[in-house]
Design a protein around this ligand. Sequence first.
Ligand SMILES: NC(=O)c1ccc[n+]([C@@H]2O[C@H](COP(=O)([O-])OP(=O)(O)OC[C@H]3O[C@@H](n4cnc5c(N)ncnc54)[C@H](O)[C@@H]3O)[C@@H](O)[C@H]2O)c1
Length: 305
Amino acid sequence: MLRPEDREFFFPLGFFFPWSGVSRQKSLDDRSIHDPKLNSSPPNKLSDGNVIFIGKAPIKWEPVDVTPILKDGKTAIPDEAIESVKRNYVALKGPLATPYDNVDTVLIRENTEGEYSGIEHVVVDGVVQSIKLITKEASERVLRFAFQYARSINKKKVRVVHKATIMKMSDGLFLNLARDIAKEFPDIEFDAELLDNSCLKIVTDPTPYNDKVLVMPNLYGDILSDMCAGLIGGLGLTPSGNIGNECSIFEAVHGSAPDIAGKGLANPTALLLSSIMMLQHMNLGEHAARIQKATFDTLAEGKVS
Ligand SMILES: NC(=O)c1ccc[n+]([C@@H]2O[C@H](COP(=O)([O-])OP(=O)(O)OC[C@H]3O[C@@H](n4cnc5c(N)ncnc54)[C@H](O)[C@@H]3O)[C@@H](O)[C@H]2O)c1
């Protein structure tokens, strides 16, 4: 809608925000903790000079960042963006991919073998072979843990994610062992799903996975855990623990993030939540709860630092 006073002059347009779905993780990670204004060139915002592109139309742009922020524990459009629309009446908005609310996925992966066994060799020049190692011992260990963990957190369903239709022997062994171990846990419902099917369904709607513990071989878990991290705002938010029979190591899901090293952009939440998982594992629940509350309260404030 044009305001009468603007007709003869530049027409201020609401907000322009070229945000692609690909940058969902990066933007939320960065914005939840870091002030995008500190960035000389935020990754998902065109500079003013680039925005006048509609056939030299006499439009004066008012670029506003519409990356969702956390407000009272919920993702919300920043007030500045809403005020801009109200002030200017018209807005051109870039696509906005919003992380899902209410995601409560537990994903357990085998973490010692599979494609990560590191057994590779050259068969002949130009032909290499990589061995996917699946053993009864490691599979039973992770499968039994998944059922025990489901029970301990009151989840009533365990689902094996596999590709036994193609990898009939390796994933087939994993799946058959899962069926056997399920019999030891009659109180837990058990089923299985093909990996590609799980991926499609989780990104379409993760809520049906809230009541399940997913368990899978190593590589599938590596990929699916990053994908699930994307559903909630990125690697910078996602904790993990490597649970052994005797020793356990807790770590953020992400790697060393060389692309943002030294830039003051890394989100510390994943590491903080991983240390909370460690405290829970050590039966230091009270300490864990205190730090968890402080972390969630800080995120809910939606302030940046
Ligand atoms: N568990 C591990 O030790 C582990 C896991 C993954 C990768 N790595 C290693 O880390 C190195 C880099 O790997 P990569 O770049 O593929 O993966 P990465 O997890 O380091 O980074 C992937 C993306 O996530 C972003 N990101 C990661 N941590 C973030 C944080 N705390 N806050 C905000 N954004 C964050 C990065 O900027 C990058 O865009 C490699 O050497 C890889 O082998 C280690």
